[in-house]
Design a protein around this ligand. Structure first.
Ligand code: AMP
Ligand code: MN
Ligand code: MN
Ligand code: MN
Length: 274
């Protein structure tokens, strides 16, 4: 059984519609897929409906952006009731913050000599506007050669168009997820450009605040990295999750690819009644 509990659709910065995402997951042999768009549940209804006629189990999710120690961190909420009023209220608050930040990023880019970036990023988005849409605009207009350079030069923390986000707290994301009947995981713990010491602090705070799990298996990891994450999951008594963080078809990150969990950890899906 292949579990992939982290993926994106056109409801945020993925390029496949929720239906096309489910179809691709089936093609790639995924048995259980969670859709976890950035701060939105707008794609869930379509995804669930498409899954009903496919040989796949669908899990509703959302990747919640939080601010922790001044840093933007992602938590993957899984198996939620996406219609729960507290979850919908959190999504509405995050949307306002996201729109305000997107406009400010546009203003900063204008000052850096790049006009109409807000309009350009918005035109590339069918759902929530993320920095990934700004990166795609900067590449399309020839300002940078790829997404990575867009973050290095303009959009990354401390760069000329960086705007500090005001996302919700760790505690709020955990509380709302639990109220909506779900479980919550630290997403991609090794992708925050933080030292191992800081990542451990994050995981420790998350556990103390009542968090349930952490992603242990992802694409683009070395075996050593996966083992390190598995050790932390055991040390902090957290469930382990597996997710590709698929955004678009591009070889190195693929739905369901290489997501085997080490046998030492407790899989997060043992919390679901599938
Ligand atoms: P936001 O939620 O608006 O801060 O946007 C974050 C999204 O930007 C992530 O989910 C990725 O899809 C993308 N992203 C972040 N850093 C990079 C990077 N260095 N290269 C390419 N995409 C990135
Ligand atoms: Mn993304
Ligand atoms: Mn993320
Ligand atoms: Mn993601």
């Amino acid at each position: 059984m292949i579990y992939d509990l982290h993926s994106h659709s056109t409801a945020s910065d993925g390029v496949l519609s929720p239906s096309a995402l489910l179809e691709r997951a089936v093609e790639k042999g995924v048995s259980v897929l969670a859709l976890t768009d950035h701060d939105t549940v707008a794609g869930i209804a379509e995804a669930r409906q498409r899954a009903e006629t496919l040989p796949i189990t669908f899990i509703s999710g959302v990747e919640i952006s939080i601010l922790w120690e001044g840093k933007s961190i992602h938590l993957a909420a899984l198996n939620i009731d996406e219609t729960h009023p507290e979850m919908l209220a959190l999504m509405a608050r995050q949307k306002i913050l996201r729109d305000e930040r997107a406009a400010k990023i546009g203003e900063k880019l204008a000052k850096a000599g790049i006009p109409n970036a807000y309009e350009g990023a918005k035109a590339l988005a069918t759902g929530e506007v993320t920095r990934a849409h700004y990166a795609r605009f900067l590449v399309a207009e020839g300002y940078v050669r790829d997404d990575e350079h867009a973050f290095k030069r303009y959009l990354g923390m401390g760069k000329s168009a960086y705007v500090k986000p005001m996302w919700c707290s760790l505690e709020e994301a955990i509380d709302v997820t639990h109220q909506a009947g779900g479980v919550i995981c630290v997403a991609h713990p090794l992708r925050y450009k933080m030292t191992a010491r800081w990542v451990r602090r994050l995981i420790e705070d998350f556990k103390k605040a009542g968090g349930d799990g952490m992603e242990v298996a992802g694409c683009n990891q070395t075996p050593d990295q996966r083992q390190l994450l598995a050790r932390w999951a055991t040390e902090f008594d957290l469930y382990a999750s597996a997710g590709s963080d698929f955004h678009y078809p591009a070889g190195w990150v693929e739905l369901g690819k290489g997501l085997t969990l080490p046998t030492s950890v407790k899989p997060i899906w043992t919390c679901f009644s599938l």
